[in-house]
Design a protein around this ligand. Sequence first.
Ligand SMILES: C[S@@+](CC[C@H](N)C(=O)[O-])C[C@H]1O[C@@H](n2cnc3c(N)ncnc32)[C@H](O)[C@@H]1O
Length: 217
Amino acid sequence: MELPGGRLPNGRTRRGEPVKNAFDRLHRLYDPFMRLTGFYADETIIRLLRPEPHERFIDVGGGTGWIARHIAQHGPSVTVLDISLGMLSHVDGPSGVRAVCGDGRRMGIRSGVFDGAVLSDALHHIPETEWLLGEVARVLRPGGRLLMHDFERTSRWVRLLQTLESRLVEKVRYSSMDELGPWLRAAGFDHGETVRTRLAFFTVWRKDGRRATTEEN
Ligand SMILES: C[S@@+](CC[C@H](N)C(=O)[O-])C[C@H]1O[C@@H](n2cnc3c(N)ncnc32)[C@H](O)[C@@H]1O
């Protein structure tokens, strides 16, 4: 299946060429920028996610693998799935972290294989949120959990950020927790815990244990 921009789910065109996104231009600056601004929120993510050593996680839109590295330090294996080969070229660190080039909306990964999923600072970059959440639910086992972290659209500062980011990086759209709730429930998630900061949210959802795992889209 072809995605917008002539991109296949593995981040390449039909001719096998990598399709570049904004992060393929910016990837060398990404970690220094995030560290300088203190935007990485690995401590809160790990506190809410409570990773166990035997578990398997997927970090969707996981970029350079910063969050994955911190999760893996607690023992689990983590797959960093990202559409940008440039971002993935920075993935390294403890064994158990692996990089996969792919689209979060159609991962090409077997159903029900992960205990947990992370979407950190990535949701606003991936259009068709309902489709994305359905795909994340599909790759989680029943009872598996999803942690999402992003800026909250209802803040006017975040709407200003959206305008700037759409001009300087790529077209983005931030979501609000209120609009995500129905989409998450429709995808088969039950609400766990939400922590809000002034501009952002961290929210954990659990895939309904009774819902049958669907086959790959
Ligand atoms: C702002 S970065 C976030 C990286 C990392 N999650 C973090 O916490 O810093 C957004 C990432 O989403 C990736 N991305 C954008 N669209 C995507 C898609 N359709 N599927 C997978 N990754 C995507 C980008 O390539 C980029 O690495």
